[in-house]
Design a protein. Structure first.
Length: 427
């Protein structure tokens, strides 16, 4: 027998025997454990609703945290799950897509005109709904009767926009299980406005509203899962543009800028990376350079690259968070998260530590053999607005919720196959 023949027979043998040697993976049968998943109500804000890429649109909703969770709960008894879907892929017309701009890929407005029916109240034809995630909602808003008259997203699908609350619509479902991810907007509105918009909800008020929500949701014996608040320094809206985002490579430009600010000796430039110049009404000169640890908002990027913000023109105060403001945000986040954990323990709810999870993501994680991180666009977890989850990001978080549910209630709910969910679309 020559060498070629032996090699050929060996290959035949390997193809025959290897399938028989494949290890059998023990996949436990789906079990409900100690919870009843027959009727599931998902309560929260844009993160639950499926808001992505700056907008609420149909395919984003189909890959919402709530809908992805519901798909897996079908294995353990969930009977049905309905969402107030948009009519098209443009929502109210603010969706972002990736496109080439100035030699690089940048989020730009999606072309086309949104369907005007997206803004109509749709309860009469398609309700009631199980996904009660409302973009923009704070914790107190979930309790507010008539919130549909103030929030166009809830106004579309509230049972009665003039009298319903998100909570009342949830309770009308008589849920046996619920998810609650709320509180992000109680901090985020302050942070995304550079500390110039609505203030952070005082901790005492937040605690009162949160206790009311969870008490009513569990009063009939329903079980549930709650999640805490991520640190804003974990999301690309606040981490993409560094405080020293001004590269200077020519001495002539350095000299020109130093001359322009000669009456402000506390401001100086040199070759290399330089801290951005910013407005500051608390500073004697009304202007200063940013310091390490201060956060520049993603919204400042266009002004920095196109209008000279941070160099010739001071960065507006609405586009960064000072060190004191960052501290204020972090202290509120810590207090909220302690209250959420204590409430989960007190009421026997599963608890998802999204604060820790997104910190881990910042260091890089691998799921289904795919690398993920928290960097803008390339990280894969966040959508093109730098705040909300991408489709795969929603799948990752859905699995975190499922894992917490399985652990708390001794269930065996199967997880979402993250690799089978579409990633960010590149042109």
């Amino acid at each position: 027998m020559n060498h070629t023949t032996r090699k050929y027979l060996l290959l035949i043998f390997l193809f025959w025997i290897i399938p028989g040697c494949e290890p059998e993976i023990d996949q436990p049968d789906p079990q409900t454990g100690e919870a009843d998943f027959t009727t599931f109500a998902a309560i929260g804000n844009s993160l639950t609703a499926g808001f992505k890429d700056g907008e609420l649109f149909r395919n984003g909703q189909e890959h919402s945290l709530a809908n992805l969770m519901a798909g897996q709960l079908m294995y353990v008894g969930l009977s049905s799950f309905s969402q107030p879907l948009m009519k098209d892929e443009l929502g109210f017309g603010n969706r972002l897509v990736l496109a080439e701009a100035g030699g690089s890929l940048m989020p730009v407005p999606a072309p086309g005109n949104p369907d005007p029916d997206n803004s109509e109240n749709i309860f009469d034809t398609e309700g009631p709904f199980h996904n009660l995630g409302v973009p923009g909602a704070k914790v107190q808003h979930l309790l507010f009767q008539g919130y549909g008259t103030l929030n166009p997203y809830f106004g579309r699908f509230a049972a009665n926009p003039a009298t319903s609350s998100v909570l009342s619509d949830a309770m009308a479902l008589q849920p046996t299980f619920f998810s609650l991810w709320a509180g992000n907007n109680d901090i985020l509105g302050f942070a995304t406005s550079g500390g110039k918009g609505e203030g952070i909800t005082p901790v005492g008020e937040f605690a009162s509203f949160y206790q009311m929500l969870t008490s009513q949701l569990t009063q009939a014996g329903a079980k549930g899962v709650v999640a805490n608040i991520p640190d804003i320094t974990s999301i690309p809206f606040f981490t993409t543009v560094p405080f020293n985002a001004l590269p200077l490579t020519e001495q002539a430009v350095v000299d020109q800028l130093n001359s322009a600010y000669q009456e402000a000796p506390h401001i100086s430039f040199s070759l290399g990376m330089n801290a951005l110049v910013a407005e500051d009404n608390t500073h004697p000169a009304g202007v200063r350079q940013l310091e390490e640890g201060e956060l520049v908002l993603l919204t400042a990027l266009a002004g920095i690259t196109q209008q000279g913000w941070g160099s010739q023109v001071p960065l507006p105060e609405t586009h960064y968070l000072s060190g004191n403001q960052v501290t204020e945000v972090r202290e509120a986040t810590t207090a909220y998260n302690q209250l959420i954990r204590e409430t989960a323990s007190e009421k026997g709810l599963a608890h998802v530590d999204m604060h820790q999870r997104l910190q881990e993501a910042g260091q890089g994680i691998y799921i289904d053999g795919i690398a993920f991180g928290s960097s803008f666009i390339t990280g894969g977890i966040f959508s093109l607005d730098g705040i909300h989850l991408s489709k795969r990001g929603s799948a990752i978080v859905a699995n975190d919720f499922i894992e917490a549910i399985n652990q708390e209630f001794n269930a065996t709910i199967p997880k979402v196959a993250v690799s089978q969910v579409a990633g960010i679309t590149f042109p």
